[in-house]
Write a protein that binds this ligand. Structure first.
Ligand SMILES: *[C@@H]1O[C@H](CO)[C@@H](O)[C@H](O)[C@H]1NC(C)=O
Ligand SMILES: *[C@@H]1O[C@H](CO)[C@@H](O)[C@H](O)[C@H]1NC(C)=O
Ligand SMILES: *[C@@H]1O[C@H](CO)[C@@H](O)[C@H](O)[C@H]1NC(C)=O
Length: 275
């Protein structure tokens, strides 16, 4: 219920449409869009300093960490909000994917991974798809896709969008955890899911024994609402079966946040993480 900005809604939507990146559910033949009537170079002319001249300030503000308290390694892809190398046609389902999005990161049991925040450039209107100064897809958020195998299947996703306050003072850091692309059962709604079906979700990367999001520079949890699920019971703080409750499980910091945002996997292996 915390995401009061319809704008924020857009950000998370873009993550959803992006989740096919690099996955088996992205057949090369799936054309999405006809060629636009206006060439991209006219629609999005190069700034005098060149596409992407504006450096991503995310690294100055904080980082995302993934702490693996599980007794197994996880494999991860950090997808989205990267520089594209100029405007692109959005004509296939992986048209906006970059080489860095395809890089698999291994986080061994008991290890922590971190990377700088990447900023999202805001979408200004319905037809605005690309930001020439940042050289990024407009409104594209970041998704850390976590798998138990070296394939992008049955993934737990940690999604965030970070818009620095000099760009828009009211839209800062938004985040959510999603198990939707893991052990799907077609047609199931949150309200209908049985305990047995939830037990299937317990096999999702990092979920069993607890999953959460913590903020090291928000000691009293007054700015950024933390996320915690015990990995036993159904948990409304994350997306489990459907996106229709997106406003319940998408959270945002109230004010500017500088620091680390940490995804904790198998949290019961971490004595500091308690309900
Ligand atoms: C790309 O094209 C698809 C299909 O037309 C559209 O739904 C989507 O919003 C476009 N933009 C992005 C950023 O994915
Ligand atoms: C949409 O926003 C972009 C970026 O600010 C701008 O260049 C474009 O003119 C806008 N288009 C419309 C139809 O308002
Ligand atoms: C993903 O999980 C489903 C069970 O929900 C299983 O049937 C399927 O084989 C899994 N996919 C892979 C590639 O492991």
């Amino acid at each position: 219920m915390l995401s009061i900005y319809s704008y924020h809604f857009l950000l998370i939507l873009s993550t959803v449409s992006y989740r096919s990146v690099g996955a088996t559910d992205c057949p090369a033949s799936s054309l999405l869009l006809a060629t636009p009537t206006v060439p991209l170079s006219i629609l999005y002319p190069a700034p005098s300093q060149g596409y992407g001249w504006k450096k991503d300030g995310g690294a100055d503000d904080g980082d995302v960490r993934v702490s693996n308290h599980c007794d197994y390694p996880v494999y991860m892809w950090s997808v989205g909000a990267r520089q594209l190398g100029g405007p692109r046609l959005n004509n296939t389902c992986d048209a906006y994917m970059t080489e860095d999005d395809r890089v698999m990161i291994t986080v061994e049991a008991g290890m922590q991974y971190s990377e700088p925040f990447r900023t999202t450039c805001p979408k200004m209107n319905d037809t605005h798809e690309y930001c020439p100064d940042e050289d990024k897809v407009a409104s594209q958020a970041v998704s850390l896709k976590v798998s138990k195998t070296k394939d992008l299947v049955n993934i737990t996703q940690f999604e965030y969008a970070y818009i620095p306050d000099h760009v828009d003072p009211s839209k800062r850091l938004s985040y959510d955890i999603s198990l939707i692309d893991c052990h799907r059962v077609v047609g199931i709604k949150d309200a209908d899911a049985t305990d047995e079906q939830h037990n299937g979700k317990l096999d999702c990367p990092g979920y069993k024994g607890g999953i959460g999001v913590a903020f090291n520079m928000d000691t009293f949890n007054t700015n950024c609402p933390p996320v915690y699920c015990d990995g036993v019971h159904k948990c409304p703080s994350i997306y489990t079966w459907e996106w229709t409750q997106r406003n319940d499980a998408s959270l945002s910091c109230k004010d500017k946040y500088l620091g680390s945002m940490e995804l904790v996997l198998c949290a019961s292996g971490n004595p500091q993480m308690e309900e």
